[in-house]
Design a protein around this ligand. Sequence first.
Ligand code: ADP
Length: 800
Amino acid sequence: MVNKVEKELRKLEDELHNSRKNEILLGDLLKYSSQPFGVGYPDGSLGIVNKAFEELTGYTQEELKSSDWSDTLTPPEFHDMEHEKLEKLQRIGQPVKYEKEYIRKDGIRVPIELLVHLVRNEDGSPKFYYSFITDITERKEREMLSDALNKLNSYINSILDYDEIMQLIVEEGAKAIGAESSVINLIERDNWVVKFVYNFPNNIIGQKKTDQESPTSVYVANEKKAVAFNDAPNDSRVNKNGMKLHGVASVLVAPIILKDEFKGIIAFYHHQKSVVFSEAQIDFATKLASSLSQAVENAQLFDEIKNSEEKYHSLYSSMNEGVALHELIYNNHQEPVDYIIIDINPAYERIIGLKRNEVVGMKASEIYGTGTPPYMELYAPVAEKGKSKEFETYFEPMAKHFHISVISPGKGKFATIFEDITERKTSEENLQKTLKRFYIILSNMKASVLLVTEDSRVEFVNQAFCDYFGLKESPIELVNINQSKMIEKIKYSYQNPEEEIKRIKEIIDDWKLVLAEEVLMWDGKSALRDFIPLFVEGERYGRLWLHFDITKRKKMEEELIRSQDNLRELVDKLEVSNRELEQFAYVASHDLQEPLRMVASFTQLLEKRYKGKLDEDADEYIGFIVEGAHRMKDLIDDLLVFSRFNTQANEFELFDMDTALNSVLSYLQPYMNENHAQITYDPLPSIMGDSSQIQQVLQNLLTNAIKFHGDEPPKIHISAEESGDEWTFGVSDNGIGIDSEHQEQIFEVFKRLHTREEYEGTGIGLSICKKIVERHGGRIWVESKPGKGSTFYFTIPLAL
Ligand code: ADP
């Protein structure tokens, strides 16, 4: 149509050239043209416009003439461009074509295309312009929609996340169409499920609908192309309730079809007011839905791949085995000489102790410190021929054992999957070593050892066994012979072969455990034997026969018993002689007392009567006799006490050490006073013992402590301390002390360190203490420094 009009116009132009008065004709002609048309003057004023122009802009010619029409109609951003075009037209004279927009009276912008011609005056100056205007709204829309479609298609091909693609499509699709909202519903198990939503007024994601509840979707699916429901609320093909519920005025629905199969629909909504979807929009929706189906397939496919890749990857990275991917390096002769590490998993880092960034891209010959690529001769054939391999190896540089599997994912490439089996290997090795040790021990044992398996085969026998049973074969020769054959060989070594055979059969048949059974051998020797059933992992394995020669031990036992008897005898004898000795001492001292008393009495008498009447010598001699008699009396008294030690012993009883001490102190009081002695003591316990004997101990120790005082008056302390299962009593003084070399012998009978002139005494006191303490199950000793004082300790077991 434009062409036809243009032809007309060209004619008209000619005429216009010819006659300036033909403007009326022109106006009439253009008045009926359906193409908007207008005339403008160089000064900017508007000439005529036709009806179609008025319809396009919404303004009447009068309205436009009364204003700056150009500014009213043309948005400012087009001014410069338009000015340029018109200048070009003036310069060159050829009609110009360009696109811009008009702002209609109702404010809506209309995209237009202008074809502008220039009519000049005779002097060449511009006379007026006339323009043919085309409403290119639809074209623009198609362009825009096609751009949008291209963009979306490129998204579909570039963005690989399914959800992301779908969301983008539903959003961008709605924007391109100018719809307020949009949804994608997909068929899942025969239901229409709302999967993706853009700007929908209600939250409908995840909603499921049956075919009956989605008549629109079913309708569109059957139509196999997009359908516009412009007046949705009144359209019988539409689910009215749904439209009402979501306030839908118009909807455009396109089916998503993949290989003739319905996957779902995409729908675009207007809620505010109903619109008429353009053909371009319907077309767009159809095309978009078709791209979408591809996207759905791609995405689903990709998701599958991704999932399996993820699975593979997570397996790869969570594997306990180290994995490394390698590629062979070849020399000029196409021989593999090295390999590069392409990838490794975390377990590799753990096991090998090298970080990813230290190994990836590196040559094997460089990173393992071997100078040459390890196991090249094993790996290369796998990478070349593709046949997998596995092996165990000890890798010297790391001092580790590995189990390595090698597979090839493609020519020149190989993956190693390896496990550190050092622990297992070393425990195997240790087990081997232990077994060897056991073998050596068993082989060299003095006891004779025979191991027979469950199937009656001799598995092990040691030299001692061969020797003991007088077998001429070496242990090695006997291995694997039958049990019954072995029994035949050894039976005559027993004293009663037939009986033993019966017994052994019984033991074997009953799978019996027999320990330390004594048996007599043919040569009169004795043996202890064990039959030990062995189980390995709960299964019967065999039987261990052990024979121990106990002849020597028996002899030793007999000897021991004999010597014990001897000892008993000796002790008995000793006791007798001890008793006799005591008896003797008692009798001696007791019977000596009588004549001694006589000697003493008469000497005193002699002294009284004849002192001063005889000569001086006689007086002195008498003195000696008196003195000697005194001394003898003391000795005899002490000897009596000593000899009565056993005969006068009392039964043990529980008594208060306090009370015992007090009675000793009151007895010693005069002696203490005489020597200005001070005695202190700890709280004392009750003990189990012979109270009068313990008093004797205290008395002797205290007497000594007072007697052997130094320059200072005696200060004595009695302590008691519980330690372990006994009481330790201490009697400490500040006396003259005892040098260490005499500290033991003072406890012997009659041992004294001083003469009678220096300190009185008989040397029997401490030996009595020792006897008493030992009778109570305790010990006595002294700790002392000469000049510093002494502490006599004795222990008495706790009273339980
Ligand atoms: P005696 O006191 O009758 O000499 P003991 O057997 O009681 O006989 O003592 C033996 C010797 O041990 C004493 O002669 C004395 O040399 C020495 N002795 C005993 N107790 C003490 C003491 N508390 N301080 C220094 N020496 C002592």
